[in-house]
Structures are given as structure tokens and as C-alpha cells.
Ligand binder design. Structure first.
Ligand SMILES: Cc1cc2nc3c(=O)[nH]c(=O)nc-3n(C[C@H](O)[C@H](O)[C@H](O)COP(=O)(O)O)c2cc1C
Ligand code: SF4
Length: 689
């Protein structure tokens, strides 16, 4: 039994937060699930799993206090009525079952929301346009609006208490209404809620005091707040008067949850932001309050966590993503199982659920969001359903995850990889600029596989059908990945280029990642529109060659807007001197110039270049699957009982989808799955009573 290193004891010291006590320093800060008010049982399953995993405090996502704030089409929380109270009870009961405190982030949007669900007019400190570019404006709150808002907030706090929450938030950051009141460049009011610093912070002060008065006997009051007004070009915090405001309010709440005003940095991807990046912003915070302070920094290293506490930077280690990637992170540290931590890789796929309004998913943790509806536990898995042995072909993310979960179930597994390196696309992509942490997807699995004698790994074993038949496995999983197409087929052009570009001057991401680098001016054509083409442009430009990035999309690495990286990717390419051409599709390339046409006018232009890198679309490597399938149909000797393709060999997608696919395969082997109704559907009707 491993023993916890005494250096980490500090993380397990209990600490008082007003009238309640947290059992340790692990604090899951508010984060969305994409499930919110519409899927409360899924939410409760997810949060309850973190409680089981040892988090001392577990918070909701942003939670609307009143129908004048809704965020449709986003699935945030609401605490409007008795139905909501019952929905939240599902979560708070689960937290309490495991000794965790439950926090609720009461939220008032202001001009960030349109209120598409309720059709109530949004209100903000002044009349201002919708923050997300919707063609709606918020109305300027008058005094009676402010009085109403304070009453709604107080009532929401009372409902939160009834729902069993231990910590009730006043949410005064992230450019929502209370933040806007504090902001001198937005708050141009001339009444007692605008102008001077005292006036600007009046509403926040009133709401903190009223929340304490309403529920402070048994609930702690927390404030989420940013102590900066942005960062300078070198990353130095610009505090403006935020530290003064903080000092003036410092003793009012029971806990400060400090973040920074730039969400894309606070939640920065590992490509741009490292662990603990907010520390410089927090420098003066602790000295200005006696109340406990929590903040974030994608903390996955227990040394970094212990250092934050022992150096007095923080009292609590706040975590959103590390708790998503590993709900059992605290317990693993507690039990001295550091090597079992499934570390977040900072890819921000979890946030795309928020951006695209779907339930949370995670690259590292395939069980995330599946706790209730599929009954998946991140640390437990059903024992095998038979004595069958399984052959997994391909050790990319899908093959590694399938082998791991199958081995954990007790199956005898043979994992065959064609190349010397394990990890497939993860290994290749993690060598691109800024993606080193992505290798954790491979390394975590290899570390766990090393503990499983049931799984035998064979490298440099490119299997043919004959090899597979010779193995005589009962089940075969084909995880052979996918290959980037070199014919231009993609979203923009749904037929191959005609004529085809000269082969020796045409490259794909597979070539570049294998070290085949073009010579001379190069076009990177991005019709895939996520991160890879931008990375390849960056990598090539860093070798000194002239690079032109062209995409039919309106933005560089367009889909990265959902991972909060798009702005930084464009900025990086522009700073490196990559020429950027948006809204243009590729029509042809003759080896000396490319013809591109405007997505709007079809007007053509020529771009001179020696080479073309096509980042358009992938072809699943499924020949082997088809051969094994046909061997089964022909009842050939040695043919397995079943064959399945998993991951990119089935349908090329993001790495999270490959990991999920491998995990699902392993969970479902020898299990009866109702194909008509494979998942529980969290459709609930809570009546108002
Ligand atoms: C998927 C996701 C959803 C989030 N939703 C919220 C939210 O509803 N309210 C909020 O205040 N912060 C939200 N955040 C920001 C987190 O609270 C946190 O500040 C940020 O993720 C940095 O912490 P981390 O490095 O531990 O992930 C969200 C973050 C993620 C990853
Ligand atoms: S999706 Fe990526 S960033 Fe989000 S928690 Fe999982 S590994 Fe971390």
C-alpha cells in the first residue's frame, strides 16, 4: 500500500469557511457541464463522482437567479423555483454523502445574455450591446430595477440554502452584470451606483451583505472576483483599481475565489498557458484579507499545489479541468498514488461543450459525463464477462484506452502496434509546437498498462489478415487510425482535385509529422479548420521558410474558437510573419502557384509557392477491418467471434472521441447493450408543487 508523502499533508488540512468547514484544500471551482438545468441527474452523477474522489468543495456552474437572466442555448443552471431546488438537491445530497461541501454560483448575466428562453429584457449597468454580438441591447437599470435585482438575489440565496448548498456565491467577474458595475469604463452612471469607486462597488457590497444576512447563519458567502483589469503585453497584470476595491470589500464575504479578467488566459490551453500561470496576479491578494482565498491554474502536480499553500499564495487549490480529467485526484494524492493521476492535458475540449451547448466531455477521462446515464465510474469497471482473449490492433489513443480498460476488466489482451512508437497520433501531434502535454494521453495509459500483466504489447508488429487469424483471438478491435488525404477532398471541395497537384511538392500532416519538411515557400491549406493546420504553419514558419496559410473559413483555425484559443493562434501566426488568407478555397496547384477563389465572389487569384500542405480530411485505415469481417463471414480458420473498428479507423474525429471509442468498446464487450436505447435519457419533469 503506497504511503502519502508528508509534503502533501498540508493539502489535507481542514479549513473553516465562515460557518462551514472544508475537509481539505481541494476546491472544484464553478465549471459548466453543458447539462445545467436540463439534465440534473447527469449533473448530480458527475459532481457526486468528484465528491467520492475526495474534493473538499464542489461547486455548480453559473446558476441563474431569475428569469431575467437566461443563457439559452447554453445549458446553464437556474434556481428559480421549487423544481430547481429539487434538481439541485440531487447534487448537494451526493456531495454531502461523501463529506464534501456544495457551492452554488449565483449568476446575473447583464448584457451577455439575450434571454432567448424567457424573452425578458436583459438589464445592465448602462444601455449596452449584447456582449456576444447578438442584435439585442440591455436596458440601463434604474433604481427600482436595482432594488428588484437585490431582492431576486436574496431569494435565490434562500432557495440555494433550501437546496442544501453550503456555499453561496456572489459572482462579480467575467464581464457579467456585477463586474460591469465595478468597471469605470463601462459604468458611466451618474447616480449613487456609478462614478466614484465607492459608488461602483455599492451594488456588490449590498448583495454580499444581503446574502450574508439571508443565509449566512449556515452558508458561507463566496465572491468570485478578478483583481485585474487585463494584462500588459508582457503578461504583467494591470490591476487598475481592482486591488483597492478588493481591499475595501475584503472582510465582507467568507471566501474569495479569485480569477482574472481574461477568460482565455484564466482557462488557457497548454499550448499557450502553463500550470500556475495566475500567480503574478495573486501576489497581493492574501495580504489584503484574512478570509480564505481560492484560485486556479490547471494544477495537476501535488508539488505545485503544496507549494501554493505553504508559500501562502492560496488557501485552497481551485480546479476545474484537473477535476474533470481526474475526479479522484485528491484521493490519489491522499493515498500516495501520484503516478495514477490522470493529468489534464490542457486541450480545452471540455470547454467546447460549453461553446457548442453539449454535455461535457474530456480527452483524458472518457467517463466524464457518463456517470449517471451509462453508469461509468472513472476508477471502477466491471470484471470480464467471459474468458475470451482480445487482440487490439493499433496503439494510438483508441487502442491504448481499449487495451487498458479491457485489461482492467481482466481480459487477456494482445496489443499489436505497427511502429516502434506507441501512442499513434498523440505521439506525433505532441511533438508540434506547444503540444508537449498532450503526450500525457499516451503516458498515463502506458503507466497503467505496465501494471497489468494481462496486457502484452508488441511493437513493430504490422499485422496482416494471416497474422490475425494465426493469433486466434476471440475478439479483434481494429484501431489502425486514419491517414490525411492528399487529394484536396474536404469540406470546401467534395471531390478530389483535378488535375492532382505534383506529388513531390504536395504534403500532408502525416508527412510533416514524420519529419518530411518541404523546401521553399509553402502554402498550408486548412480545410479541416481546427488546430492542426495552424500548428503546421507555425512549425514550418519557425524553420524560416515563407508560409502562406489559406482557409475557406472566416478565421484562422476556425473551430478553435470553441477551445478559447482562436485569437491566440491567429496572433501567433501573424507575429511569426505567416501570410494569412481567409475565406478562400483551393482550386488547384501546379507546382509553382496555387489558384484560390473567394468564398463569396468566386474571384480567383494566384499565390506563388513551391509546395502545398493539404490539411483537409482523413481516410479511415479500415482495410484490415474489412478483411477480418469477411474472414468471419467466410468462417475462415482462426477468425474471431467479433471484429470492431474503433477510434479514427471507425470515424476520424478529435482525440477525445478516439479515447471514448476505445473505452466504450472495452466496457461493452460481453455486455448486453440495448441498441434501441443505449443510454439513459435525463429527461425530467419536476413539478412546482
Ligand atoms: C468546461 C468549463 C466550464 C466553465 N464554466 C464556468 C462557469 O460556469 N463559471 C465560472 O465562473 N467559471 C467557469 N469556468 C472557469 C473555471 O472556473 C476556471 O476558472 C478555469 O477553468 C481555470 O481553472 P483550471 O485551470 O483549474 O481549469 C469554466 C471552465 C471550464 C473548463
Ligand atoms: S478536455 Fe482536455 S483540458 Fe479539459 S479536462 Fe480534459 S484533458 Fe483537461
Amino acid at each position: 500500500m503506497p504511503i502519502r508523502d508528508a509534503r502533501y499533508d498540508i493539502l489535507f488540512e481542514p479549513i473553516k469557511i465562515g460557518p462551514v468547514e472544508a475537509k481539505n484544500r481541494f476546491y472544484q471551482v464553478p465549471h459548466c457541464t453543458g447539462m445545467g438545468w436540463s439534465r440534473p441527474r447527469m449533473v448530480a452523477g458527475l459532481r457526486g463522482m468528484k465528491a467520492e474522489g475526495g474534493w473538499g468543495v464542489i461547486c455548480t456552474e453559473y446558476c441563474s437567479i431569475h428569469p431575467s437572466t437566461d443563457d439559452i442555448p447554453f445549458n446553464s443552471h437556474s434556481i428559480w423555483d421549487k423544481g430547481d431546488i429539487r434538481a439541485h438537491r440531487l447534487m448537494t445530497d451526493k456531495c454531502h454523502e461523501h463529506g464534501a461541501l456544495a457551492g452554488v454560483e449565483l449568476w446575473v448575466s447583464g448584457a451577455e445574455s439575450v434571454n432567448y428562453l424567457t424573452r425578458e429584457v436583459p438589464m445592465d449597468v448602462v444601455s449596452m450591446p449584447n456582449g456576444n454580438g447578438e442584435p439585442y441591447q440591455a436596458r440601463a437599470m434604474n433604481k427600482s430595477d436595482i432594488r428588484e435585482l437585490r431582492r431576486w438575489h436574496r431569494n435565490a440565496a434562500l432557495r440555494a440554502k433550501e437546496a442544501g448548498f453550503d456555499i453561496v456565491y456572489v459572482y462579480a467577474t467575467h464581464h457579467y452584470l456585477l463586474d460591469n458595475f465595478l468597471n469605470p469604463s463601462i459604468n458611466t452612471r451618474t447616480d449613487e451606483y456609478g462614478g466614484s469607486q465607492v459608488n461602483r462597488m455599492r451594488i456588490v457590497r449590498e448583495i454580499i451583505e444581503e446574502t450574508r444576512e439571508a443565509v449566512g447563519d449556515s452558508c458561507a458567502v463566496a465572491v468570485r472576483f478578478s483583481v485585474d483589469d487585463g494584462g500588459g503585453p508582457d503578461g504583467t497584470p494591470v490591476h487598475a483599481d481592482r486591488l483597492e476595491i478588493f481591499e475595501a470589500l475584503s472582510e465582507l464575504p467568507d471566501l474569495w475565489d479569485i480569477n482574472i479578467s481574461d477568460y482565455s488566459w484564466e482557462m488557457g490551453s497548454s499550448r499557450f498557458t502553463q500550470q500556475g500561470a495566475l500567480e503574478s496576479y495573486l501576489a497581493e491578494v492574501k495580504s489584503k484579507t484574512t478570509k480564505p482565498v481560492v484560485s486556479v491554474g490547471r494544477f495537476t502536480s501535488p508539488d505545485a499545489m503544496a507549494s501554493q499553500i505553504s508559500r501562502g499564495v492560496l488557501d485552497f487549490i481551485g480546479a476545474a479541468r484537473p477535476s474533470i480529467a481526474d475526479p479522484f485526484l485528491p484521493n490519489k494524492i491522499k493515498e500516495g498514488r501520484i503516478e495514477d493521476i490522470r493529468e489534464c492535458i490542457g486541450c480545452n475540449i471540455c470547454y467546447t461543450g460549453d461553446s457548442k451547448h453539449y454535455p461535457l466531455r474530456c480527452t483524458q477521462n472518457p467517463t466524464m459525463g457518463e456517470e449517471w446515464r451509462r453508469g461509468w465510474h472513472p476508477e471502477q469497471i466491471a470484471v470480464k464477462g467471459s474468458d475470451a482473449n482480445v487482440l487490439v490492433v493499433g496503439a494510438g489513443p483508441a487502442g491504448l484506452e481499449a487495451s487498458l480498460a479491457l485489461g482492467q476488466r481482466g481480459y487477456s489482451v494482445t496489443l499489436a502496434e505497427a511502429t516502434r512508437e506507441l501512442g499513434g497520433r498523440v505521439t506525433l501531434e505532441s511533438q508540434l509546437p506547444g503540444l508537449a502535454e498532450w503526450a500525457r494521453v499516451r503516458d498515463y495509459r502506458l503507466g497503467q498498462l505496465a501494471k497489468l500483466p494481462e496486457v502484452e504489447i508488441f511493437r513493430e508488429s504490422r499485422l496482416t489478415l494471416a497474422d490475425i487469424l494465426a493469433v486466434e483471438a476471440d475478439h479483434v478491435a481494429i484501431a489502425t487510425g486514419a491517414t490525411w488525404r492528399r487529394d484536396g477532398y474536404g469540406i470546401y471541395s467534395t471531390c478530389p482535385m483535378d488535375p492532382m497537384p505534383p506529388a513531390e511538392q504536395t504534403f500532408t500532416p502525416d508527412d510533416i509529422m514524420a519529419g518530411k519538411i518541404p523546401d521553399g515557400p509553402t502554402i498550408v491549406y486548412d480545410d479541416e479548420r481546427f488546430y492542426l493546420a495552424g500548428l503546421i504553419a507555425e512549425k514550418l514558419r519557425m524553420t524560416g521558410m515563407a508560409v502562406t496559410y489559406i482557409t475557406p473559413a472566416p478565421r484562422v483555425s476556425n473551430w478553435s474558437i470553441n477551445t478559447t484559443e482562436q485569437f491566440r493562434i491567429h496572433q501567433r501566426l501573424a507575429e511569426l510573419g505567416v501570410d494569412i488568407i481567409l475565406n478562400h478555397g483551393l482550386e488547384g496547384f501546379d507546382g509553382s502557384q496555387a489558384t484560390i477563389s473567394c468564398a463569396y465572389t468566386e474571384k480567383e487569384q494566384a499565390i506563388v509557392a513551391d509546395n502545398l500542405v493539404l490539411v483537409t480530411c482523413r481516410q479511415p485505415e479500415d482495410n484490415l477491418f474489412n478483411e477480418v469481417q469477411s474472414a468471419i463471414e467466410q468462417k475462415l480458420k482462426g477468425a474471431p467471434l467479433t471484429v470492431k473498428r474503433i477510434g479514427d479507423a471507425d470515424a476520424p474525429a478529435i482525440i477525445a472521441a478516439a479515447v471514448f471509442s476505445g473505452h466504450k468498446y472495452a466496457r461493452e464487450l460481453d455486455v448486453e447493450v440495448d441498441g434501441d436505447n443505449p443510454i439513459k435519457y435525463d429527461r425530467v419533469f419536476f413539478d412546482d408543487e
